[in-house]
Ligand binder design. Structure first.
Ligand code: FES
Length: 151
């Protein structure tokens, strides 16, 4: 028994419509999903620590330098400004949560992932980061540094 050729043509057409429709849909998802992920910052859990004491002699931190430390379960960055002031921030970039670093050549904080820049108050000044870095309070206690969440 032979099948009607017009039925075969309709089946082929339906298959092609379905195939092209889903391919275009998959292509659009493949293009726009990474773009949306790039533009929308992830939710980053806050550190539960309120304060940490660092066994770092403040005199060891040279002006115009930075150092990463652990603030509870999250990284923080301790910065000695070119004028000698100690400051601390969350080291989690507000864009896509990479770890920032201090750039002595620029005298500010930089995120290598997408070229995000933060000034020495933690303010986002260039690149994609949408918000400033969280700033912490810094107190020197002898040869230790106490970093606390600002209240
Ligand atoms: S994660 Fe994109 S600029 Fe920091």
């Amino acid at each position: 028994m032979e099948q009607d050729p017009s039925v075969l043509a309709i089946d082929r057409r339906r298959f092609l419509d379905w195939f092209l429709g889903t391919s275009v849909g998959a292509l659009l998802v493949a293009i726009f999903y990474p773009v949306a992920r790039y533009l929308v910052p992830p939710k980053v859990e806050e550190s539960t620590a309120l304060s940490v004491t660092l066994d770092i002699d403040p005199a060891e931190i040279a002006p115009n330098s930075g150092r990463i430390f652990r603030f509870g379960g999250r990284p923080g960055i301790l910065v000695r400004t070119p004028s000698g002031e100690l400051r601390a921030f969350s080291a989690v970039c507000t864009h896509l949560a990479c770890i920032v670093q201090y750039r002595p050549d620029l005298s500010h904080i930089w995120c290598a992932c997408h070229n995000g820049h933060f000034d020495l108050t933690g303010k986002n000044i260039a690149g994609p980061p949408p918000r400033p870095l969280e700033a912490f309070a810094v107190n020197v206690r002898g040869k230790q540094i106490v970093v606390s969440k600002a209240t």
